[in-house]
Structure formats: structure tokens, C-alpha cells
Design a protein around this ligand. Structure first.
Ligand code: ADP
Ligand code: MG
Length: 593
């Protein structure tokens, strides 16, 4: 007998070890089996689990099925029908390709696969127990495949012990089912927990499927369409009002495959800048389609993380697609609304009396004012490139600022809270406090971005006494508060001295204003540096905005309307609440029926 110690592991042991990578919990089995069903071209997939999948996972599909030889090979490791060559590996079009899932499952559970190939009269049944050779016998059944996984991990007690409570494991499965169903709205998914139906969703548009599964209303979803020659970005994002406290409603799919990508997540969130509070997470389902040659999916056995050859350009495409979707969703009437943003970035703002017309560049957020009658100053964008208004733009602007529209400058005050005005679309109802909050927020952000530290210097410094926790916050946010216009001296002993305040602060209100801001910052908790300036501006705006109930003169209302629609994001407060609603003429008509 030789002294050599190394030997090749028997297959069933090798598979059991490999299974640790592919099958970590019941949910991984569900994912692999559903992916196989999708790869087999199924149009309808049913999943039944018992005891969170520990007792049974049963997946039924109406895909193309397997012949006897396929069935035999299906549970052999590295046996796959999905790739055959090196080239295939670099252009994966299926969800599976490693040929590991069934082999791994067979190593850690009792496995039964029933399958009948399309065009065949008989089907076959494979029965396998860990460590013993599989049996195959003829069996009946419909075209398609059924996989039954029983007693998962019963031969690997360490793993079984490692599982979380049934509740937690079931939540994972349920999340996976939801993700798959959002990945492929064109397929029917039926999902049972033992005998209880969890969901049954029929083939539909993505919008409909999101309504069914994520419990959002259609009107809270904004359609996203973007991309370039090689990449398409499509799907829906939720309005800020349906943002969640967690990332639970965020889904990315790449060529139909669920992926996670921190960088793309950030691309979406950055489009919501100013629209969400810290701790709020936008809802989205975005499908990215690229040429498989341009992505590498062979990264992780679970295949969640995907590497892009050109990460940066995909980031920008996603960010741009979401940003323009949110901008275009501006409910304010616009003759530009149905024209792609990049083609027609200029949007005219409502105008009153003899005021010069104002146009906002929706790409840059820049506001441009000036008479645009023929031959008058061209629109200038920041930076060097100067560009004249095209005749088509001029026509659009004239149409909006034509006689008809200038008359629509009347504003009514309702309940000392709402300003009523009209637009081509219908009745516009503006919440005075919310609108003013938006205006002050953008002004404050602009001041702080431009590093305008002006503020108004006080003739006599105001001494204030703050609680120790407010003093700590003051120190933490000193830079941001200074950028806003405050100049504050924190003496080691004694009171804190305010030497300057932002221009809108009324004399005598210095201490209350500072207090209110510090209070709001305290409630916000710790924030990453990049969110602090916004948070300070939002707190300031909320404090300074005119209250509901405050009387307004006609010219104050006009100024408020003008300022609101000069904002980059006129429709929402910094906290994501609406600043105004439009009651469309159609709806009025309905009400009179
Ligand atoms: P992979 O999906 O990576 O190819 P699997 O172990 O998941 O590896 O499956 C092995 C093979 O078994 C697949 O390539 C496919 O040919 C076949 N197969 C598995 N599940 C099904 C199914 N539901 N319908 C048809 N064929 C299937
Ligand atoms: Mg597979």
C-alpha cells in the first residue's frame, strides 16, 4: 500500500462540498429551479413550498422539457445544455450555464424530476437520494418539467441547523419569487405557501406587475426610457411620495437577470437629489438591456453581481434616464411635454402682467429671462456656448406667452392656504407653505453652492443660549450653516454669539430660527457629509416658509407663482410632498356628468 495521502473525492462528496456555494438556503434552490424553468422557455411557472422549503420545494413549468438522456445528465455536475464553447461563455443569454444547480441540490436533498419533452409521448421520472445512484423510469405527465426537492439538508445537519426561522427563510423565498416575477412580467407566476396562495400573477406589462406585487398605484409610477445605441434602460421609478424606509422596493435587472449594483443604485438615488429625506429610498424596477458581449456575468456562483466593461457610461445612462423621467413628469402643462427632453430642454414658465418671459432649461436647471421677440437677445447657457432660440422654440414660447396665456394671471386665495390659478391643462391649486418651502430651499442651495457667504451682518451680535446637544450640532454643522449665511461664534464659556443671519431672517427671530434648524438637524440624526448642506437648507426653508393661514396680497401670490415655477423641481417640497396639484379639465367635465 502506498504512503500517498491525497485522493480524489468521490462524486457525491465533491458535489456536497460544491453545494455549499450554490445552495445556501431554501431560497437558493427556488431561485435555481425557477431560473431553469425560465431557461426552458416556460410561460407559466408554479412554485409550492412547505415549511419554508425545508420539507418541500416543488416547481412546475410548461417549458420544453427533457428527454431521458437529458434527464440522466441534468444532475451530473458541469453538465449543461446552455453553453458549448468558449465563445458562448462570453455571450451568455440564459440564466444558468454552470451546470451545477441540480447536481448540488441532489447532493443535499431528495430530488425528483419529472419531465416530458415537447413532441414526445412519454415522459420520465428521475429519483435521486444523496450518495446513491439515481433511478430513471418512464412516467406520464404533461409537457414540461416538475422538480420536487424534499428534506433539504437532511444529510448535512450543520447546514440545516444554520438555517434561520421558517419565517425568515420564507421571506427570502418570497422576495426571490417577487424578484423573478418582476424580472419577467411576460410570464405567469403562481406561488403557494403550503396550501395558501401567496400570489398568482398573469402575463402583463411591467407597470401592472409592479402594481400587483409592490402595491403601488399606477399614478405613483413614472416611466423611464433611456439609453443609447448599445444600452437600453427601461422601467419605472416611484414618485417621492411612495419612497420606502428601506431598499426593499429596488430592483435592477440586466438582460432579465436580477443583479445588485451599488453603483447603479447610487445613480438612481442621485437623480432624486433634493426630493427625498435622508433614510428614504426610492422605489424602482429598472431593466437594463445590453449586448451580452459587453458584460461579464461570470463573476459569482450566485450570479448576483455583474461586472460591466464600461461601468461609468452605464452609470451615467441610468442617472440620466431617471433624471429626465422625473423632470418630464412635471405635472405642469407644457407644450414640450411629449418631446424628448434633450431635443427641447427649454420650458416656458407662467408669466404675469408685463413681466418679461422666463424660460427654464430643464437640462441645466438654468433660468433665463428676457424678451424673446424676434431678433432679441439669444438664450445663453452658463459657460461659453451661446445658442440662439430656434424658430420652433420661438413658436412654442410665443404660443405660451401669447395673449391667451398672459390673461391667465389671476390668482385667488382659498382658505388663506391655497392659491388657485389656471393653466392650459386645468385648475392649478398651490399650497402656499409647501410652495414657499421649495422656493426658499432652492434659493438657499444656490447661495450655498455659489459660496455666497453674504448673510446680513447684525449691527449688534445677538447672544443666545443653546442646550448642550444643540451646541454639539452647531459645531458639527458649522460649515453648512455658514454657507447658508449664518456667522456664529462659539465661545468656550458663556453665550453663543450670532453675528450674521441669512438674508430672509427677520430681526428678532435670530435665535428661534437657529434653534428650529438645530432641532430639525437633531431629529435627522447623523447624515453623510454630502447630504448635510441639503438638510440644512431644507430645515431653513421649512422654518422660514410662509405659514398656512397667512393672508397674501394679489401681487404676493403672483410673485410666489412666478418663483415656484422658476424652481428646478417646482412640484415637490424638499421633503417630497406636492407643492401643487392640477385638476385637469377632463376631471372637471367628469364631475358635471
Ligand atoms: P444549468 O442551468 O447551469 O445548465 P442546472 O444544473 O441548473 O445547470 O441544469 C442542468 C441542465 O438540466 C440544464 O442545462 C438543462 O438542460 C436541464 N434542465 C434543468 N431544469 C430544467 C427544466 N426545468 N426544463 C428543462 N430542462 C432543464
Ligand atoms: Mg440552472
Amino acid at each position: 500500500m502506498s504512503d500517498a495521502l491525497i485522493r480524489i473525492l468521490p462524486d457525491h462528496l465533491a458535489n456536497q462540498i460544491a453545494a455549499g456555494e450554490v445552495v445556501q438556503r431554501p431560497d437558493s434552490v427556488v431561485k435555481e429551479l425557477v431560473e431553469n424553468a425560465i431557461d426552458a422557455g416556460a410561460t407559466s411557472i408554479t412554485v409550492v413550498v412547505r415549511e419554508a422549503g425545508k420539507q418541500l420545494i416543488h416547481v412546475i413549468d410548461d417549458g420544453k422539457g427533457m428527454v431521458r438522456e437529458d434527464l440522466e445528465l441534468s444532475i451530473v455536475r458541469h453538465a449543461t445544455s446552455k453553453i458549448a464553447s468558449d465563445q458562448d461563455l462570453h455571450a451568455i443569454r440564459t440564466l444558468g450555464f454552470r451546470g451545477e444547480a441540480l447536481a448540488s441540490i441532489a447532493a443535499v436533498a431528495d430530488l425528483e424530476v419529472r419531465s416530458r419533452r415537447i413532441g414526445q409521448d412519454v415522459g420520465y421520472q428521475l429519483i435521486s437520494r444523496p450518495g446513491t445512484p439515481a433511478e430513471i423510469r418512464p412516467g406520464g405527465g404533461d409537457v414540461g418539467t416538475q422538480v420536487l426537492v424534499r428534506n433539504l439538508f437532511y444529510n448535512v445537519p450543520a447546514r440545516r441547523k444554520f438555517l434561520k426561522s421558517d419565517l425568515t427563510e420564507f421571506r427570502h423565498i418570497s422576495e426571490t419569487m417577487q424578484r423573478m416575477a418582476l424580472a419577467r412580467p411576460d410570464l405567469r407566476f403562481t406561488f403557494y405557501d403550503a396550501d395558501t396562495l401567496v400570489f398568482d400573477v398573469r402575463p402583463a406589462e411591467l407597470r401592472r406587475r409592479m402594481q400587483d406585487l409592490l402595491k403601488v398605484r399606477s399614478q405613483d409610477l413614472v416611466s423611464v426610457e433611456g439609453g443609447d445605441r448599445d444600452v437600453a434602460v427601461e422601467g419605472f421609478v416611484g414618485l417621492p411620495s411612495v419612497a420606502r424606509q428601506s431598499r426593499s422596493g429596488q430592483y435592477f435587472f440586466l438582460n432579465g437577470r436580477p443583479i445588485s449594483s451599488r453603483s447603479l443604485g447610487h445613480a438612481v438615488i442621485s437623480a432624486y437629489e433634493h426630493l427625498l429625506d435622508a433614510g428614504q429610498h426610492p422605489l424602482f424596477v429598472l431593466h437594463i438591456t445590453v449586448d451580452p458581449q459587453r458584460v461579464d456575468v461570470n463573476v459569482h456562483p450566485q450570479k448576483h453581481e455583474v461586472k460591466f466593461e464600461d461601468e461609468r457610461s452605464i452609470y451615467l445612462l441610468v442617472q440620466h434616464a431617471v433624471t429626465s423621467a422625473l423632470q418630464q413628469h412635471n405635472v405642469i402643462p407644457s407644450f414640450l411635454a411629449d418631446v424628448p427632453l434633450a431635443e427641447r430642454p427649454l420650458q416656458s414658465l407662467p408669466r404675469h402682467g408685463n413681466e418679461p418671459p422666463t424660460v427654464v432649461n430643464r437640462l441645466t436647471g438654468e433660468i433665463q429671462t428676457g424678451h424673446l421677440a424676434s431678433g432679441v437677445p439669444p438664450l445663453r447657457s452658463r459657460g461659453s456656448d451661446v445658442r440662439a432660440v430656434t424658430p420652433a422654440e420661438q413658436r412654442g414660447i410665443d404660443a405660451l406667452f401669447g395673449r391667451e396665456e398672459t390673461d391667465a394671471g389671476e390668482a385667488l386665495h382659498v382658505g388663506r392656504q391655497y392659491i388657485l390659478t389656471t393653466s392650459a391643462e386645468g385648475l392649478v391649486v398651490i399650497d402656499q407653505h409647501a410652495a414657499h418651502e421649495r422656493i426658499l430651499f432652492e434659493q438657499a442651495m444656490r447661495r450655498s453652492n455659489e459660496g455666497d457667504r453674504g448673510g446680513q451682518a447684525l449691527l449688534f451680535a445677538v447672544d443666545v443660549r443653546l442646550s448642550p446637544s444643540h451646541v454639539a450640532i452647531l459645531r458639527e454643522y458649522l460649515d453648512e450653516l455658514t454657507a447658508l449665511g449664518f456667522r456664529v461664534e462659539i465661545t468656550s464659556k458663556g453665550p453663543i454669539e450670532i453675528h450674521a443671519v441669512p438674508i430672509d431672517v427677520q430681526p428678532g427671530n435670530e435665535q428661534q430660527t437657529l434653534d428650529a434648524i438645530l432641532q430639525s438637524l437633531e431629529e435627522a440624526g447623523r447624515l453623510p457629509r454630502e447630504q448635510r448642506r441639503e438638510r440644512v437648507a431644507a430645515a431653513f426653508a421649512a422654518r422660514q416658509a410662509i405659514r398656512r393661514g397667512q393672508p397674501l396680497t394679489a401681487s404676493e401670490m403672483r410673485a410666489l407663482i412666478q418663483d415656484l415655477f422658476s424652481c428646478k423641481v417646482p412640484q415637490l417640497t424638499p421633503h417630497g410632498l406636492p407643492t401643487y396639484v392640477v385638476i385637469p379639465i377632463d376631471e372637471l367635465t367628469q364631475r358635471f356628468r
